[in-house]
Design a protein around this ligand. Structure first.
Ligand code: 13P
Length: 260
């Protein structure tokens, strides 16, 4: 049975405002205050990081403050971007790289995602590297090839000593925000192959210790069957992370579901 500690992230994307985001953060923190069987991070939009960070600081909580993106350079003329150092300064602990909306809506290429992952890890932060295939790629039988390509590019310059701060999120693009969840078996298959690829890139000890989340229409009602899979170490949650009760139920499912 895997001993990896479950990890659940709430990616708020470009949702909430200062009032509703503060309310959501307080509700999640209060509900999970005395629970410690899973790691939890929340990812508010950039403008609310300080506000949510101060709420986290004021309450006893192990919940990590997360950011949804970051630029590759430490400072300079990059209008509109933020650096890993700035995020650290705002008490951010974990940053997403290569979320599917950044890849497919905004157009970030694999190489840029790799540079971001490296900047995040070099900056002393935790990185959640997101990978996953589109519907067209899945239908063409290319799921594993796409995951392998995104993983190789994403980790191109990531050295072994940074791996303890790395998590992978497998998020099939067709399952994100669509209500269509990958079956637990399909997600497990893809994630077992991702773990195999991590072993090829590093070694089996590293591959066994890196957590791989599943993301894409995870809900309180389907979380437990996903989290029961041996290579699914938690979830990256979009829509359902905007309702405190739903998100808390998903975290509890991750914390309490025995692995097969
Ligand atoms: P949904 O849970 O809304 O499908 O979003 C998943 C996601 O993109 C999390 O990063």
């Amino acid at each position: 049975m895997p001993t990896r500690r479950p990890y659940v992230g709430g990616n708020w994307k470009m949702n909430t405002d200062r009032t509703s985001g503060s309310r959501l953060a307080r509700a999640v923190i209060d509900a999970l205050a005395r629970e410690s069987a899973a790691d939890v991070a929340i990812f508010p939009p950039f403008p609310y990081l300080i506000t949510v960070g101060s709420i986290l600081r004021d309450r006893p909580s192990a919940i990590r403050l997360g950011a949804q993106d970051c630029w590759t350079k430490p400072d300079g003329a990059f209008t509109g971007e933020v650096s890993a150092a700035m995020l650290r300064d705002c008490e951010v602990k974990v940053v997403l790289a290569g979320h599917s909306e950044r890849r497919h809506v905004i157009g970030e290429p694999d190489e840029l995602v790799g540079q971001k992952a490296q900047a995040i890890l070099d900056g002393g932060l935790e990185c959640i590297l997101c990978i996953g295939e589109t519907l067209k790629e899945r239908e063409a039988g290319r799921t594993d090839e796409v995951n392998r390509r995104q993983l190789r590019a994403g980790l191109a310059d990531v050295s072994r000593e940074h791996l303890h701060r790395l998590t992978i999120a497998y998020e099939p693009v067709w399952a994100i925000g669509t209500g269509k969840t990958a079956t637990p078996g399909d997600a497990q298959d893809a994630q077992a192959k991702v773990r195999g690829e991590l072993a090829a890139l590093y070694d089996s000890e590293a591959a066994e210790s890196i957590r791989i989340m599943y993301g894409g229409s995870v809900k309180a009602s389907n979380a437990a069957e996903l989290f029961a899979q041996p290579d699914i170490d938690g979830g990256l949650i979009g829509g359902a992370s905007l309702q405190a009760d739903d998100f808390v139920a998903i975290v509890r499912a991750a914390a309490s579901t025995p692995r097969r």
